[in-house]
Design a protein around this ligand. Sequence first.
Ligand code: PHE
Length: 342
Amino acid sequence: MNQLITQLEEHKTEIASFVVNNKEELESFRIKYLGTKGLLKSIMGEMKNVPVEQKKDAGQLLNEFKVFVETFYAELSSKIEDASGSSENKIDISLPGQPLPLGSRHPISIVHNKIVSIFQRLGFSVAEGPEIEDDWHNFTALNLPENHPARDMQDTFYISQNPDWLLRTHTSSVQIREMEKKQLPLRIICPGRVYRNETISARAHCFFNQVEGLYIAENVSFADLKQTLYFFVKEMFGEDVKVRFRPSYFPFTEPSAEMDISCLICSGKGCSVCKRTGWVEILGCGMVHPSVLDNCGIDSTKYTGFAFGMGIERITMLTYQVKDLRLFSENDVRFLKQFTQA
Ligand code: PHE
C-alpha cells in the first residue's frame, strides 16, 4: 500500500512538471497517461494484485489519481486552444469585409421614374391598368371601330382563347378606363408595358414601355398641351433643347401632332441617329377627339382635353445614347451596371 502511495506521488510530480507547446505534444501526453495502453490503464490493471482487505483504500487512491490526471489534461488542452486561437484561428476583426455586390436600377426604370416625377410636379397622378385588354378599351372606345384601317397601324397580339382579348398596344386603354369613371377634371399619366407584333430589331421590339398623359377639364386648349410638353422637354433634356410640332394623324385625337426635339447627339447638325435631319421624334399628341369623350360618357360640348404618348425606350436611348433597343431586355449585367441614378 505504501508502495502504491509513493509510486502515485512520483507520477504526480512527473505529470505536474509536464509542459506542452502544441497540439502534437498535448496528444502525446494523452496517449502516454490516458491512452488505452497508457499509465492510468496499467496502474488500474494492477488492482487485481492488491490484497482484498486493501482494495477499498487502493481504489480510492487510484480514483483520486485518475481525476488528477484528467484535470491536468483538461488544463493543458485549454492552454493550447487559447494559444492557437491567438495565432491561427482567431478572427481578425481588422480585416476588410467581403464586399456585397450591389445591384443598380434598370435604365428604363431610371428614365420612367424621372418622367413620372416631372409630370407629378405639374399635378398629374399615375393611373395603371391591365396588360391584357378587351377590344373596347384598346380600340373601339378610342374611335377605332372594327375594320377601321387605322387598326393596322399597330400589329396586335390577340389572346387565342377569346377573340375579344388582346395584349394592349398602348396605354391609351388606361385613359379610357379612367375617363369612364367620369371624375372630372382628370389629369393623369399612364406608364406601363405595351405589346406589338413587330419584327425585333435595333429600333423595334414586340414589347416596350410607354407613358401616356391625359388632361380633361373645361377650356383645355392646344396651347395647354404645348406648354405642358415644353415644360417636360426642358426638365427631361435641359434648357437648350429645341422643340417642333408636326401635324399627324391619330384616330383618337383631332387635331393630332408629333413632337420632335433637336438631336441630342449632334445638337441639330445631322448624324446617323437623327438620319441627318437634326430632329428626332419623341411623342404623339393631340386634342382628345369628341367621339372618345362621348364613348366614355363625358359631355364633349362642355369638356375638352389633350393627350400624349411616348415610348420610354426611345427617351432612354436618347438620354444615354444607346444604339440598340434590344439591350434593354437582354439582362446583360455588363450593360445594366453602367447606369446610375440621373
Ligand atoms: N397611343 C399612341 C401610340 O401608342 C400615342 C398617342 C397618345 C398619340 C395620345 C396621341 C395621343 O402610338
